[in-house]
Ligand binder design. Structure first.
Ligand code: FUB
Length: 352
């Protein structure tokens, strides 16, 4: 996550004042310069899914919370989720209103960060990270009969869960997995011994020559409400089979993991955080190990970078955010553009 020194992005205060319509402007796809999908609210961390032939986006809902900025991202003080949907890329985007509110999550303290969603057996699941009342990030889950909610939160966090940025992937055999983790403000480094270190590092372990901190994965139970196994490390290796190191900030995992499958290969993509790349690595199993392949997207304007990848009507798209509307790190807007793959399945790097 963010550090205060990195937030001075200039004062592009292009705030869309007074515009509160629920149905938003069509966003014309222009690969050269994609537009924010909506501008009446600020949105980030878009997790895109296709349910019943329609595209749904589960983003964070950024707000100006008047919370002082700190090195752990306190100013990312989000309090609810709105779900967006669209029938076509470039068509009308609908904001379905508040789907889940912080006040309706019994165990939550503050900061509703990047969510994801899944569907199984007639129920939609919304997964979300939020700090508990002790200020420790945990993963929550909420359910609904509709992809747009309203969602009802389970009374407790998912047992054994921690850190941020859940991404739920359902494989072709029907098994679902949650990927999670984020260093710095996402607290992953404080769990490196297996228990939470409240006074642990605010950034990383400062062990540049040791394997980098890993994202985590666990298979979900059949009811999608708990982990079926303890969280495991996601290993990301270089082409020589060596783990990426903690000091390799251009390539190591930072936050915002996403999993998709293409032609039987598993693609784990993620943000490198302080170097602002979206990178990816491929493997032969949902658990990895994954081999680093390169940069999926060069840095966007803004400090954070967070994405999802989805196939819709025969084409592959990346949903991501930048700060075009405000110039402020914590007031972001989501965008979409098509992805181009080379014949071997690797990506043509996108420069936004
Ligand atoms: O939106 C809050 C945090 O910023 C997310 O959890 C990170 O991935 C980064 O985008």
């Amino acid at each position: 996550m963010t550090v205060s020194a990195k937030t001075a992005l200039g004062a592009l205060a292009l705030l869309a004042s007074g515009f509160t319509a629920a149905v938003c402007q069509p966003a014309k796809p222009n690969p050269a310069k994609p537009k924010p999908l909506v501008s009446h609210i600020y949105t980030a961390d878009p997790s895109a899914h296709v349910f019943n032939g329609k595209l749904y986006i589960y983003p964070s809902h950024d707000v100006e919370g008047n919370v002082a900025e700190d090195d752990e991202g306190a100013h990312f003080n989000m309090r609810d989720y709105h779900i967006l949907s669209m029938d076509n890329i470039g068509g009308k985007v609908t904001d379905h209103g508040v789907a889940l509110d912080l006040k309706d999550i019994p165990w939550a303290g503050r900061q509703l960060w990047a969510p994801d969603a899944a569907y199984k057996n007639g129920t939609y699941y919304l997964y979300f990270p939020v700090k508990d009342k002790q200020d420790v990030f945990r993963m929550g889950v909420a359910t609904s009969k509709s992809p747009t909610g309203p969602f009802k939160a389970e009374p407790k966090p998912i047992p054994g869960s921690y850190s941020i940025d859940p991404a739920v992937f359902t494989d072709t055999d029907g098994k679902s997995y949650m990927y999670l983790g984020g260093i710095w403000g996402g607290q992953l480094q404080r769990w490196h011994t297996g228990t939470y270190e409240a006074n642990g590092s605010k950034t990383d372990l400062k062990k540049d020559n040791e394997p980098a901190l890993s994202a985590k994965v666990a298979r979900l139970s059949n009811d999608m409400l708990t982990f079926d196994e303890p969280l495991k490390d996601i290993q990301i290796l270089d082409k020589e089979g060596k783990p990426l190191l903690g000091g390799d900030h251009d390539r190591r995992f930072f936050e915002g993991g996403w999993m998709h499958k293409y032609k039987d290969k598993y693609y784990f993509s993620y943000s490198t955080g302080d170097t602002h790349f979206l990178a990816y690595a491929t493997g032969d199993s949902p658990y990895g190990p994954f081999t680093y392949q390169g940069v999926l997207m060069n840095p966007v304007t803004g400090w954070t970078t967070h994405h999802s990848i989805v196939e819709f009507k025969g084409k592959w798209y990346i949903f991501y955010h930048d700060v075009e509307l405000t110039g402020k790190t914590h007031l972001r807007n989501v965008k979409v553009r098509e992805i181009t793959r080379k014949p071997d399945g690797t990506f043509v790097t996108i420069t936004p």
